[in-house]
Design a protein around this ligand. Sequence first.
Ligand code: NAP
Length: 303
Amino acid sequence: MMTMDAQPDWQSWCAGLNGKTTVTGVFGWPVEHSLSPPMHNAAFAALGLNWAYVPFPVQPEELRAAIAGVRALGIRGVNVTIPHKSAVIEFLDELDDVAATLEAANTIDVCDGRLTGYNTDGPGFVASMREIGWSAAGRAVTIIGAGGSSRAVAAAVLREQAGRLSIINRTPAKAEALALLLSSGQAAQITTAGLAAAHAEEWVREAEIVVDCTSVGMYPHVDVAPVVPAGWLHEGQLVCDLTYNPRHTVLLKVAQQRGAETLDGTGMLVHQGAIAFEQWTGQPAPIEIMRQALLNALQQRPA
Ligand code: NAP
């Protein structure tokens, strides 16, 4: 077994695959840029598990057949990424509460031939905040964006009992639809606005935690204006950006200049993977090994 600070040579580990290897992987289209294979294979190698994690390019029209293949091939579990997170739901036997609420799954666990869908994105985000000493509990949270990642993050901060949640989006109708999806059974009040609305500034300024769930500032469009003006951010806030390439987005740079604490998207990526790893293997995930494998893989990318 590897020590936690040593980087396992997971490529040579994969060369040792044999008839007893347990297979996991990720379904996406495209999938060649996925950072999950290095993270998971490094974790398997570190724990001395005869497991492998394979990227599977699955075209949208082949998703049903690919899921049938999971059963037929005895695959232990898969992650599901863009564009399959919602479409996969109809092919699964069960969903956990989060995946059912969000109508989207990013992790499938196979047990006794039954496929259960989970959504580990939101819990991964919460774990990444916890790692730096923050929790949404009782706090005023403002989320910018209303796409897939916003759904997951919004549901997670509500489960953490956020004191107030505002969702701001370029297209206001999508923020309203998300609030509607999430509002059933939740005590927290959810307010919504367009990015250009007067309330947007008020809710970003008043937020203790601001989470950018848009793709603004993502590679290769790194030199754009931040999704909200720098003047809306201030000391005492935590400003998070889910984008992980680059890690230090234009928003995080201006937030730091304004004295806010910042959190980039790598922690969420590591923790959503770690939760899936633990679900499949029943073992604690080697978080630091996974993080280092992710950062190494990111360093090899243009940024
Ligand atoms: P998505 O479903 O396509 O949603 C994109 C969101 O960005 C929408 O709300 C969209 O607004 C908004 N947007 C796009 N361009 C904009 C612009 N120029 N100005 C203002 N708003 C804009 O994407 P997603 O899957 O949620 O992903 C969003 C980001 O999160 C990406 O950078 C992705 O890499 C990152 N992410 C990170 C993790 C992680 O583990 N760290 C996980 C998932 C996603 P409209 O509704 O108006 O179009």
